[in-house]
Design a protein around this ligand. Sequence first.
Ligand SMILES: *Cc1c(COP(=O)(O)O)cnc(C)c1O
Length: 232
Amino acid sequence: MIRDQLHEVETRIQAACARAGRKREEVTLIAVSKTKPVEVLREAYDLGVRVFGENKVQELTEKFGALPTDIHWHMIGHLQTNKVKYIVEKAELIHSVDSLRLAQAIEKEAAKRGLTSDILVEVNVAEEKSKFGVRVNEVISFIETLAKFPHLHVCGLMTIAPFVENPEENRPIFKNLHKLSVDIAHKNIDNVNVNILSMGMTNDYEVAIEEGATMVRVGTGIFGARDYGVSG
Ligand SMILES: *Cc1c(COP(=O)(O)O)cnc(C)c1O
């Protein structure tokens, strides 16, 4: 099951890279395993998956403890400041930094442990009221502030595009995030990189790759539908 779906996703990623004239190595597939039990992640691991994305702190820490240590864990969901301490050592990249308070909390917990946290700034490109994320016109000043935090390293941008029937509808969103990253790169801000563009999910990752995504977050496309009713 997972084997076939993973293969299908991989094939589509390669095709999208080819269409865009990009190398396959430029795109990291993050297997979004939220709500899935450890055995299912183990199956993906045995098929070679080493990068997993989770959106809840408790789930990430539990799975972290239950699975091999060569897995790269990405925190992709909204993060509460009081929970930062549980994942700052476990998450290789936090995709969802969207407020100064959260950035300060990460800075503090990283400093305590003498490490630097790699983060992405979540941008609400679509300006959906229901979504987290910094507004496009506030991103540059936000990043200039974060650049001064010695234990934070801004590595790029992330967005969650709206759910749409036709993934082409999200192309302008991905284009905008890419453009924003180019604008930021031109500012040459010390301690800031914008090499990572985390955009595209099951529904629209191919379009996202065509528009420059370097990380795609695919859940359903690999693991099938999520059951929130039983396992929460
Ligand atoms: C759940 C989730 C995904 C994966 O969604 P699919 O549509 O199942 O691929 C990607 N990004 C974030 C932030 C998510 O919460």
